[in-house]
Design a protein around this ligand. Structure first.
Ligand code: ADP
Length: 496
């Protein structure tokens, strides 16, 4: 029986373990204090499991294990390290259904979307494994009497902190670049969604030498903050909110650590009047990631700039599509859109919906919970569209991190550009037009690290992803990510 059929027969809960532990120095273990915290299914409110509640002492143990493993790991050749990542990628693919179902239970994302996230994580491991031979230096003809060359060396122990929106994707895929580069890692997944990372601990334990990857669960201030501050952690990589990104930057300053930050977004999608409406509407829908993570994505194109000439026709079709979404239990294969991750996230999204109404925007779709009786115990919010939004409203300036799209009307490109660039963020942008010269001009003017022309939402392996302005520092999913886990050593040999 395939794993998929087996899951369907036994039910989603058959993927849960009786007990979850962290991975420290090759051992599955509880927190030193013995403390745990419950993780909840946000679609039903049921408790799924208790997981270790780690603190600074556990961080110390994990960092010490990573330090101990580092000399052996860095002495392997990049190709040897890459082999481990390839084996891990294969394991992710073999167990994709288990991981996807755990994320569906723990995060509220649909099992279908999470299966895709596992596939993406596996692909990134293979990609970085393939880049291993590119970890090379340069020879520099600086002087006829000397031989000058560089090496790309790892940092040592990397602290990796991940958010709740793509639990297994971020936890798994963001190990690849630091590991191939020769670092060892301590990973801390989000407290709302620890299960897939703790499940992954078992596969990591089997595949990697002890201590090369360590996984600890716990909340941000108690487990995340000591990880950032630990003197032996030389490189910190964070994905999450701007507020915590700033805290991490401050905390890392004491140790002058190298950091990378992948933070929020309030991304523009600009629709010109010459587009094929069906294609562009489908893209505006997909760009919001309603059916991926219920809009809880830094990359969502949540500010939709519609040209006045097509505004009415476009909005009518988009509203129709949004109202047809199959919202349902995340573990059902037929569900298109699941629920938000927590009460806190639900309250935040609902407060922005209320704010939008108060600010004078016009609610044209969604705006609250679905009426399906079986969804009343979960944090479900219908896909929500506001029209008549002024780009200066808080609704259009602040990241909501949920299924709320703001429609802003535009007429003239020179006026549009400052509106599109008026936010603190600069992660992604999408431009829809047949006029390539206009699209290219706009792509150059827009302050964003990742721009789609006649497309949205899709990531392409190897293409650098990251933000301008307060959307972050550094680029991931690319050669730049691999190099960011190395430092250059210059060696000069006197030949005289
Ligand atoms: P989100 O908005 O996605 O919940 P957060 O920025 O709150 O993002 O959290 C992302 C990750 O950062 C989580 O793993 C969380 O535990 C961790 N975190 C939160 N606060 C801190 C902190 N002060 N130091 C380190 N990590 C933190």
């Amino acid at each position: 029986m395939s794993q998929l059929t087996e899951t369907a027969v036994k039910g989603p809960h058959s993927n849960l373990r009786e007990k979850y532990g962290c991975l420290i120095g090759g051992e599955i273990t509880g927190s030193g204090s013995g403390n745990t915290f419950p993780t909840i299914n946000p679609a039903t409110g049921e408790k799924l499991a208790d997981v270790p509640d780690c603190d600074a002492r556990d961080v110390n143990r994990a960092v010490e294990a990573a330090q101990k493993a580092y000399p052996g790991w860095r002495r392997l050749t990049p190709m040897e390290r890459a082999e481990y990542c390839r084996r891990f990628a294969a394991r992710l693919r073999e167990r994709a259904d288990v991981y996807a179902m755990l994320d569906a239970l723990d995060s509220g994302n649909t099992v279908k979307a999470m299966r895709q996230d596992v596939a993406n994580a596996a692909r990134l491991h293979d990609y970085f494994a393939g880049l291993a031979p590119e970890l090379k230096g340069e020879t520099i003809p600086a002087n006829t009497q000397t031989f000058n060359f560089t090496l790309r060396e790892p940092f040592g122990v990397v602290g990796r902190i991940t958010p709740f929106n793509h639990p297994i994707l971020f936890a798994a895929s963001r190990l690849a670049a630091p590991l191939v580069a020769g670092n060892t890692v301590v990973l801390k997944p989000a407290e709302q969604t620890p299960l897939s990372a703790l499940e992954m601990a078992h596969d990591l334990k089997e595949i990697f030498p002890p201590g090369v990857v360590n996984v600890i669960s716990g909340d941000g201030p108690q487990a995340g903050a000591p990880l950032v501050k630990h003197p032996a952690v030389r490189r910190v990589a964070f994905t999450g909110s701007v507020e915590v990104g700033r805290e991490i930057m401050r905390a890392a300053a004491d140790g002058l650590k190298t950091i990378s930050l992948e933070l929020g977004g309030k991304n523009p999608m600009v629709i010109f009047p010459d587009v094929d409406l069906d294609q562009a509407v489908a893209s505006a829908f997909n760009g919001m990631n309603y059916c991926w993570v219920q809009g809880q994505s830094c990359g969502s194109t949540s500010r939709l700039f519609l040209h006045a000439d097509i505004h009415d026709a476009f909005l009518a079709r988009l509203t129709e599509r949004v109202k047809a979404v199959r919202i349902g239990l995340p573990t059902d294969e037929a569900t298109e859109m699941g629920c938000l991750v927590s009460q806190q996230q639900f309250d935040k999204v609902m407060s922005y919906i209320e704010l939008g109404k108060k600010e004078g925007a016009q609610l044209v779709a969604g705006g609250g919970k679905p009426s399906n009786p079986e969804l009343q115990c979960g944090y479900f919010v219908l896909p929500t569209i506001f029209d008549q939004v002024d780009y200066r409203m808080r609704l259009a300036q602040e990241e909501i991190f949920g299924p709320v799209q703001s429609v802003i009307t535009w007429k003239n490109l020179d006026e549009l550009i400052p509106m599109a660039n008026s936010v603190l963020y600069g992660l992604t942008a999408s431009i829809w037009t047949r006029d390539f010269a206009a699209a290219y001009r706009l792509a150059q003017e827009i302050e964003a690290g990742y721009v789609w022309i006649n497309d949205s939402s899709r990531h392409f392996t190897g293409v650098p992803f990251g933000g301008y302005k307060q959307s972050g520092l550094g680029r991931e999913e690319s050669y730049s990510e691999l190099l960011s886990y190395t430092q250059i050593k210059s060696i000069n040999v006197n030949l005289a």
